[in-house]
Design a protein around this ligand. Sequence first.
Ligand code: SF4
Ligand code: SF4
Length: 444
Amino acid sequence: MWKTFSIGGIHPHEKKLSADRPIMPVLPSGQVAILLGQHIGAPAKPLVSKGDRVKVGTKIAEPVGVVSAAIHSSVSGCVNKIDAVIDASGYPKPAVFIDVEGDEWEEGIDRSDTLVKECNLTADEIVGKIADAGIVGMGGACFPTHVKLCPPSTCRPECLIVNGVECEPFLTADHQLMLEHAEEIMVGVFILMKAIRVNKAFVGIENNKPDAIRLMKKVAAAYVGIEIVPLQMKYPQGGEKQLIEAIMGRQVPAGALPVSVGAVVQNVSTVFAVYQAVQKNKPLFERVVTVTGDGLSNPSNLCVRMGTPVRQLVETCGGLPEDTCKVICGGPMMGKALVNLDVPVSKGTSGILLMGGQEARRSAVQPCIRCAKCVAVCPMGLEPYLLATVSAHGDFERAENENILSCIECGSCQFTCPSHRPILDYVRLGKAKVGAMIRARKKG
Ligand code: SF4
Ligand code: SF4
């Protein structure tokens, strides 16, 4: 019997249009806009100014405070300006604009395909290299990885869990990465085990990727302590808490960190980036992005430099289909609609989904019929209809008391609602307001 999590969950129809498409590099042309805040925490502080020349891999911004991450140039060329650009949130954010000239890399980055297996660094040295490389969680959370690898002294990690689930119905970037870079990922797993001082790691992969399960099992056989765990398909199994329960059978209490039950979770893309940083001296300046959609002539998995405008990815995949109504950053379940195609790719961009009129159209909202389907599917055991109602009425204290901050924004409630109620929209609003309330309370 396949393992999975126990509370809620749904089975959205999957459309992996870009499955089996080899990862194809895309070099940006013209100008890139590299965001200073590509992570949770304080935006990085620029180290460059207008007119400075940079190479691929040059550090252009340094972290500010404990929770932050370094930023590196993804291109060679000349800094044009530091200015605001609209990011995936729809708001202007500071970025370093660089005019692209050639493709000259920093010396010291190993660009060869040679697999470097051996790692003689200490745990602290590994964490230091990961911090220097600006690595953050690439599954979407964007939490600085070096911070996650140093849990509070009251918590002791027992194992590493690697997230190879990719449960969003359209995305295939992680799947293809496992097929093309299984060896590198396995070395990355070994390095992370060393960094958190554990001798056991589990790699969770859903059973809709049998080729990846087979290959990863074959490669893992040469490593002590790494186990590949095939999982039953169920959304949102890629959520940290859901994955931990599926693999370890332990539930993370509300408000607690995963490490409180002994697990440190990292996404496969992050693990690959760790391999590249530690073994190849390569900072995080590019990532694999799935670009997909029914109307797109060539859905693809692209290796994209940070700061590349989404427009260039769409052009690479055949251009914008005529009936495109919505462009989503991420997958259809958790992604957010972009306000324009100039939004730059950042460390958390796992996919770009183009939706035609038919798919993008929202059905007319009907009154809640109190069927409780949203409650049944919520993987966090919340009451989504209630959270949405109190948020809509501006009762954010009630929303806080009803644990709105535990919501992982998976969208299962909205997907299931027969009345097409915009539950997730209201829950997101409530979470933002409650978060602001808590910050204000702490300040004073
Ligand atoms: S309330 Fe949040 S966690 Fe629960 S189903 Fe809705 S989006 Fe997912
Ligand atoms: S699923 Fe929709 S209609 Fe049913 S209780 Fe929840 S909000 Fe109401």
